[in-house]
Write a protein that binds this ligand. Structure first.
Ligand code: CP
Ligand code: NVA
Length: 301
């Protein structure tokens, strides 16, 4: 059987994704009962980080430890990747030594090149274009709090970035309606939007996007690698803060999510982030459970 990768949410079928979320919830329960088992005994995960991370690193590393396996943290600063060894060579070497690779990098194409040369499954731990692992955690969190997301309306308020692109793919795979509110010039990539058909709509008014939504989501205005645009972006995005006005436009039962790290007073007010509709801490925790289910799916299916 050819090796399966997880570079975007489209690499799994909708049924496989549903199964994975159910398994993540099950693994969470098993961990709470101390019945995690040794599913990954003698398995090694290589983790290549070309950008900073707290949640992704800790969730993969702790998850692997809980399942009886091992995770290796590899950064360009202290591997030959940082000294120009081609990604294709690194892929062939790593996949002869480890069972699974996770990569966080800049260009999505670099991840695709790695995967093309890897003989073991490759997981996207975030690229400039997509962040699919975060969506597994977000979908798990929604299911735990509200049940199936099929048919719901989700409002994405902010940048048309990697997280927004993954929400667009999630709208296709989990079958929900997505309203995106972003300032002109910061739209998601048109090919990704077009592929989602009429499930996705782009608006300029955050209140109109949030109206009646069951889930409101945002993310930082300047992603990793865009630090020098911070000031310009803060101006463009100022009307797009998720605050109590925006949440009041949504369904009274709406949840608020943010992949974190968050900037209080910028893309989200402290009141909303710390408020009763916010499920960001569950969302962060679920990175652990969802990725354990993902690793199990890719290695042991
Ligand atoms: N949400 C997320 O991916 O967080 P980190 O950058 O801390 O991994
Ligand atoms: N859009 C953000 C997500 C961080 C988890 C970034 O790429 O920096």
């Amino acid at each position: 059987m050819p090796v399966r990768h997880f570079l975007t949410l489209l690499d799994l079928t909708a049924a496989e994704l549903d199964g994975l979320i159910a398994r993540a919830i099950e693994l969470k329960g098993r961990l709470r009962q101390g019945r995690d088992g040794g599913l990954m005994r003698n398995r090694t995960l290589g983790m290549v980080f070309e950008k900073s991370s707290t949640r992704t690193r800790v969730s993969f590393e702790a998850g692997m430890a809980q399942l009886g396996g091992h995770a290796l943290f590899l950064s360009p600063r202290d591997t030959q990747l940082g000294r120009g060894e081609p990604i294709e060579d690194t892929a062939r070497v790593l996949s002869r030594m480890v069972d699974l690779v996770m990569i966080r990098t800049f260009e999505h194409e670099k991840l695709e090149r790695f995967a093309a040369f890897s003989t073991v499954p490759v997981i996207n731990g975030l690229t400039d274009r997509f962040h699919p692992c975060q969506l597994l955690a977000d979908m798990q969190t929604y299911v735990e709090h509200r049940g199936a997301i099929r048919g719901a309306t989700v409002a994405w308020i902010g940048d048309g970035n990697n997280m927004c692109h993954s929400y667009i793919n999630a709208a296709r795979q989990f079958d929900f309606r997505l309203r995106i509110a972003c300032p002109e010039g910061y739209d998601p990539e048109p090919d990704i939007v077009a592929a989602a058909g009429d499930r996705v709509e782009i608006l300029r008014d955050p209140l109109a996007a949030a109206e009646g939504a069951q889930l409101v989501v945002t993310d930082v205005w300047a992603s990793m690698g865009q630090e020098e645009e911070q000031r310009l972006r803060a101006e463009a995005f100022a009307p797009y803060q998720v605050n109590t006005r925006v949440m009041a436009a949504a369904d009274p039962e709406a949840l608020f999510m943010h992949c974190l790290p968050a900037h209080r007073g910028e893309e989200v007010s402290a009141e909303v982030l710390e408020g009763p509709q916010s499920v960001v801490w569950d969302e962060a925790e679920n990175r652990l459970h969802a990725q354990k289910a993902l690793m199990e799916f890719l290695l042991l299916q």
